[in-house]
Design a protein around this ligand. Structure first.
Ligand SMILES: Nc1ncnc2c1ncn2[C@@H]1O[C@H](COP(=O)(O)OP(=O)(O)O)[C@@H](O)[C@H]1O
Ligand SMILES: [Mg+2]
Length: 434
């Protein structure tokens, strides 16, 4: 359906996708960017945005199924509030702006990240955007953090090209291990942004904010990233961050209102979107590469990255393995774990009481190893791509990994994400990883 609308200067509308908006005359503000006569933008079917006419403006909206143009009721739209927030960031006299966005799930974090980026770009700033939300697929894929250097205005992070990526291997920041990797990856991406000479760095974060642990994590991010601004999308988080940072802090805490959520994604929809992102990543020119077990580095991998021992040594340490001797393909030691990979068969082997109990037996099947998402490090140990472990052939000592990366691989980083053949990331992960 096509509609032509005339907006008076200052008038605000809400566009619910899927829709395309063409500016026929005048100019308007959408997600912090100015769209002028002859320009257009597309609102994805899962998104909605507020727009504001900067002068008398005529638009043509092409509306897809389920799309609409709505007149928000008084005070419902947040666009003016967000302009004020963006303005205070812009007017801060410090040369480099490092902005962290914090808010609950679906509170507008991703949109506000784009808003600040566009607003600052419009004013001549070189902007880096860092996607720090591990569960998101907007830039790169879930389980990674990434950096983009937008060259023109945009509505959604999905429109941007991912410039740098760091594999963190988890999608839930509530795990302590995940937080460790997220924090380190964020620090590195900030460094990348500084090397790229960005004078505005906008960092999006995950929506885990409602518990003490969640707040501790966000406070740690602030502590170690030292942002010039933290923009909060809830009163509660605003008040907490003010209390945490005090009044004379280097970091200015700002409050932005949350938009009325028109398009909410269900749990299933989120899972489907994540699967789509993995599928897209691996369907574009990926192939299987063979890496030598024993030569390639295996970081964060308890089983494959452990000290390899012979099957006889494993049986000496845990004689009850004798009963499955013929099935043991591989054995290794890692900390308190004695890992064995079996061709098939039981999972729940324990050492008998009179045996040396200093090791915990971690028995996994060969099949359990496939499907794990891995980060790929190049010869300098830098994150360059992602892969999926397809199989480990222990008789030839070969790890088969599917990846779009063509260069030399020095190590794999194994995380806690296991993909099904349909790219669903809800598979059960082994106790101590693989
Ligand atoms: N000004 C707005 N008016 C109406 N809906 C909005 C507005 N800004 C964002 N939205 C919609 O709200 C939903 C949540 O926004 P998003 O930025 O993805 O939040 P988060 O990143 O916190 O999960 C999205 O569907 C988005 O399109
Ligand atoms: Mg988001």
């Amino acid at each position: 359906m096509l509609v032509e609308l005339e907006l008076k200067k200052g008038e605000i509308l809400r566009i619910v996708g899927p829709a395309r908006v063409d500016v026929l005359s005048g100019s308007l503000l959408a997600v912090g960017a100015v769209y002028r006569k002859g320009e257009s933008f597309v609102v994805h079917s899962l998104r909605s945005y507020g727009i504001k006419a900067l002068e008398d403006t005529k638009i043509r909206a092409t509306l897809g199924e389920g799309a609409s143009v709505e007149e928000p009721s008084e005070g419902e739209e947040v666009i003016d509030d967000w302009v004020n927030v963006a303005k205070s960031v812009h007017e801060d006299p410090r040369k480099i702006k490092k902005v962290i966005i914090i808010g609950p799930v679906e509170s507008g974090k991703t949109t506000l990240t784009a808003f600040i980026a566009n607003y600052m770009m419009e004013r001549g700033s070189k902007v880096c955007v860092i996607e720090g939300d591990v569960g998101q697929e907007d830039l790169a894929v879930p389980g990674t953090l990434s950096l983009a250097l937008p060259s023109r205005k945009f509505l959604w992070l999905r429109e941007l090209k991912c410039e740098k990526v760091r594999f963190v291997g988890c999608i839930s920041p509530s795990h302590a291990q995940c937080q460790l990797h997220v924090l380190a990856a964020l620090r590195e991406l900030i460094e990348e942004a500084e090397n790229l000479k960005c004078d505005t760095i906008v960092v999006n974060t995950d929506g885990w904010v409602s518990s003490k642990q969640a707040l501790d994590f966000k406070v740690s991010i602030i502590r170690w990233l030292r942002p010039t601004h933290v923009i909060t999308l809830s009163n509660d988080i605003y008040n907490t961050m003010r209390a945490v940072l005090g009044h004379n802090s280097f970091t200015v805490v700002l409050k932005a209102r949350s938009p009325v959520k028109v398009k909410e994604r269900s749990r299933d929809e989120r899972r489907r979107l994540r699967a789509e992102a993995y599928r897209k990543y691996f369907s574009e020119g990926s192939k299987t590469v063979n890496l030598r077990l024993g030569e390639v580095g295996l970081i964060s991998s308890c089983v494959l990255g452990g000290q390899r021992i012979s099957i006889d040594e494993a049986i000496t340490l845990c004689p009850s393995l004798e009963s499955v001797r013929g099935k043991v393909l591989f054995a290794s030691l890692y900390g308190q774990y004695l890992n064995v990979v079996l061709s098939d068969g039981p999972h729940n082997i324990t050492c008998r009481e009179n045996e040396d109990q200093s090791y915990i037996i971690n028995a996994v099947r060969r099949n359990d190893l496939s499907g794990y998402l891995v980060g790929i490090l190049d010869e300098e140990g830098k994150d360059v791509a992602l892969g999926i472990i397809e199989d480990v052939d222990f008789s030839n000592n070969v790890i088969k990994v599917r990846t779009p990366y063509n260069g030399k691989i020095s190590a794999l980083v194994v995380g806690r994400i296991k993909l099904s053949p349909d790219y669903e990331d809800t598979g059960r992960v082994l106790r101590c990883g693989i």
